[in-house]
Structure formats: C-alpha cells, structure tokens
Design a protein around this ligand. Sequence first.
Ligand code: GLY
Length: 385
Amino acid sequence: MNTGFDIAIIGGGVIGLALGRALLAAKLRVIIIDAGADIPAATNAAAGMLAPSFEMGQRTGEALYRFSAASLSLWPEFSREVEDAASLSMDYRDDGILGVALDEPQWQELRTRYSDLEGRGAKVEMLSGDEARGLEPALSSNIAGALFAPFDAQVDPRKLLLALRAAFLKSGGMFSSERVSHIKRARNIYVLSISSGAQIEADKIVIASGAATLSKLLVEIVCDLPPPPVRPVKGEAVALDMGDMQVRHVVRAPGAYICPKAGARMIIGATEIESHESLDVDPSAIAGLIRNGERAVSGIAKMREMERWAGLRPATPDGAPILGRYSDGPDDVFLALGHHRNGILLAPASAKALAAEITGNQAGQSPALTLKPFSPDRFQGAAER
Ligand code: GLY
C-alpha cells in the first residue's frame, strides 16, 4: 500500500466533490486536485436546474432519462446530508419547474414533451395560461399555457460547491488547489506532479476535469488510449436583482430560462455556443436572454444587472456522460466526464454509481444506476464487449 492516497480525483467541480464524499463514506483516503481559476468548474457557471423533465429528450435516450430521474430522487437526501455536514445552505428548492408557451407551435411542443414524459411514467401537468399564472403570478399575460413538472427542482450552484467542499473537508478529504502537470506510474501506484513541484501518490485516479484539454491529455497519458470525445459548449448567463418582485418557480421560456434564487437574485441563462474555449461574454447574447426572459416574466428588462459570465459545459457526442473505466485501459483509472448540461442534476447518481464501481461494492445498487450505458468504451467501438 502506498503512503499517500487510495484515490486522487482530478477536478473539484460538483462531480469530483460528490464522488469524493461517496468514496470517503467507503472509508477511502481521498484527495481532490483542482486547478481553480486555471480551469473554472462548469458548476460555477450553471443555473442549478434539476430538470429531467425538460433537459432529457429523445436524442438523449431512455437510459439517461432513467439515470437522471433516479438522480433527482436522490437529491433531497443528498442536499440534506451535505448541508448538515457543511453547516451551509445550498438553497435547494423543490417547487417544480414551469415550461411556458407563448404561441400555438410552442404549446404543441410542450404537449409532445408532456405525452413523452407521461409515457415514461413521469408526473407532469399541462396548464392553461390562467392556471399557470395562478401557480406563478409573475408570469406575463402573453403566456398561452405551460407544462408543469412538480418534482423538478433547483439549487444554487455556487452555494452547492461551497457546501460540498466544506462537507468533503470535514469528512476527512484533502483538497489541493493546484494544476496536475504530469502523471507517471511507478511501483503499482500513480505519482502525480502538481504545479508547486510537489508529488502526490495514489493507488487509483479519477479524471473529472470537465471540458478542459487537460482531461483529454490525462486520458492519453495514463490510459494510452485516444482521448474521450468531450468538447466544450460555452454558455453565457446573467444575474439580475429581482428587487421586490416575487418569482417562486424556475420558468423555462423559449430562448431563456429564469431561475429565482435567495437574496432577490435571478439567474437568466443560457446561450449554447459549440466548441468555444473563450469565456468572453457577448453583450448581444445577454440582451437576447433578457429580451426572451421579459416575454415570459414582465419586469425582467428593468431589473438591475448584478453579474454576467460564461462557462464551458463538457459535452459528448450522444449527450450522455462518460462514467467508468475503459475495458482496454488500466483497471485503476476511472473517468467521470461529459455531464454536459446536467452535471448538477446527475451528481448524486454519478457519485453513487461510480463509487460503487470503484470500491467493487455494487450490492443494493438500483438497476437505474447501472453505468453500462455510460461506459467510455462506447466511443472506442468496444461497447458490446
Ligand atoms: N442546464 C442548463 C444549461 O446547461 O444551460
């Protein structure tokens, strides 16, 4: 046994931290190595929707829908445990999410989604414009109708990161704010060199560093396999001061989603710009989000701006995450990448399922948490083995 760690997780976003906690619970010695501002976590840029009813479509397939629904059901306990361990709130809210239509074609789109969700056994409702306004009085008189998903939820992503990190540290985890510059295998352990010049030893490693090029490089170095097809998809968002206005639900409108948070903060997101590594924010994109938001909730255009930002979602070709190990690769290197638009939603399920795979203790795991559909092998032409 090495004198260092059982597991080193590279990447301290919501996925790395949630997994770190799950591994600590299995009594492993865990270090998370996170490059901080050098590679900002996608979590920091997110709006925090836990929205399988709206984020999962036919393109993403049944397995991902089941996995995300299972993850949503883990959220109440996950948030409670992290908040208790950290003594910090993450502003988890289970008021449900409203998808609104402004015209007939949008209403038809929502109806199609409704039928699809009903077919999958989800509890969702179609509401008239008046019924939607009865539920969320802030909705504008333009709203023709809505799809209400009462069990979809939301959380504050930055509070979540702070709480997760505090909970991880309080449970005995180590956190290093450095960049990994090199990894080598020596005497059956991995030796990770970090930017300060120090070295960290671990028996196993998990690569959870999101859309960063670093993720691909590390996979090439330690697995000697082609890098996983994770690409950045930039998202721009803005936070506004709601003042006295009361908005309780997340509202998903055409061209913008509106997420009310504690302290009169409202996040409006988000653009989707393919393979864009820069974090510049385009003023016309923000103006577009505000314009689209205003159509659903009047008053948004007059709100004071608090902040605008951009983040990089780690996307994969089939929209599903990459979780587990390559069957042709080393048996002590695991990937937790490519959660695209849904890292926060999927964090409890990804952490639970991957921790079970890493520790070899899959007893009691529900079938909805199988990692088979998310294996990195599916991009190597080896998925059937
Ligand atoms: N989950 C919403 C987004 O990625 O914009």
